[in-house]
Design a protein around this ligand. Structure first.
Ligand SMILES: [Zn+2]
Length: 281
């Protein structure tokens, strides 16, 4: 579930609190640990991490990348739909099922990987290109120029929402923020990419920047240092079916396709007829 704005704020908090600190030890939950941990080294996950310090903490799309020193290995977290990171003192209540804990000292601090569905992955690797799908990622959604955006978009076909969430196009956008971006751009999520005019593509590019930057500011305010939270109270349409569109007051529509919900405003985002009409509200 975490997308670019949430992960960016998590990264900022972790950088502030953990940069340069040494991992004293690592614990894995007997059940969930082996499900989420992928050791791509020959060292072993726990041995490869213990005693290392966090030399940098970066975000790339929906991955968090911790560079370790002195080994120059990487700890890579891909939380996918259900993973979260909880940063807290050891006595704090678990935010959910905890699978991996990195223990830091002075003051005692835990970085916990929490995942109710064990869908995410935590990798230890010597080379980032060994992490599945990492190399296939396109540019970060906040680090692409309008020209590059237009050129890359030409290579992708299908519905515009489906393209926005594809990491090989641009990285960092998932189901929730795709709905918010398309509402901001006033484009129907099921419009075919080939039907978009140049003006609409410019509007879409602008909406990506506006939506993700504004959301990052709001997430920063609401999350504070509680990195396991997912503040989303400010969404305009995503998970707001039946509520009034903040722009025009029309009740927000919901269509479920491929087990994913899409929310949009029929008035502000016209067109894109037919698909999934049976479940439209
Ligand atoms: Zn509207």
């Amino acid at each position: 579930m975490p997308e670019l704005p949430e992960l960016e704020v998590v990264r900022e908090v972790l950088e502030l609190r953990l940069l340069g600190r040494r991992i004293q030890r690592v614990t894995l939950a007997p059940k969930g640990g082996p499900l989420v941990v992928r050791d791509l080294t020959t060292r072993g996950f726990i041995l490869g991490l213990a005693g290392e310090s966090l030399a940098s903490i970066q975000r790339r799309g929906k991955f968090l990348v911790f560079r370790l020193a002195p080994s120059e290995r990487f700890l890579v977290v891909n939380p996918k739909l259900s993973g979260r990171l909880q940063l807290c003192p050891p006595e704090e209540k678990k935010a959910g099922p905890v699978h991996v804990v990195l223990h830091f000292g002075d003051p005692p601090t835990e970085l916990r990987y929490v995942d109710a569905k064990t869908m995410g992955q935590v990798y230890l690797t010597e080379r980032l290109q060994d992490v599945p799908t990492f190399e296939e990622m396109g540019p970060d959604a906040l680090a692409i120029s309008p020209e590059e955006f237009r050129i890359r978009l030409r290579a992708f076909r299908g519905e515009i929402k489906g393209i926005l969430v594809r990491a090989p196009f641009i990285a960092g956008i998932g189901n929730a923020y795709a709905d918010e971006i398309l509402w901001q751009a006033q484009l129907h999520p099921f419009r075919k990419r080939t039907s978009l005019t140049d003006e609409e593509i410019d509007r879409l590019f602008a909406a990506i920047g506006t939506t993700l930057r504004d959301a990052t500011v709001k997430v920063r305010q609401e999350m504070g240092e509680a990195t396991h939270l997912k503040p989303r109270d400010f969404f305009a349409v995503h998970m707001r079916a039946g509520e009034a569109c903040p722009r025009c007051g029309t009740p927000v529509s919901a269509i479920t396709a491929n087990q994913r919900i899409t929310n949009f405003c029929r008035t502000c985002q016209p067109g894109g007829l037919l698909r999934g009409m049976g479940s439209a509200r």
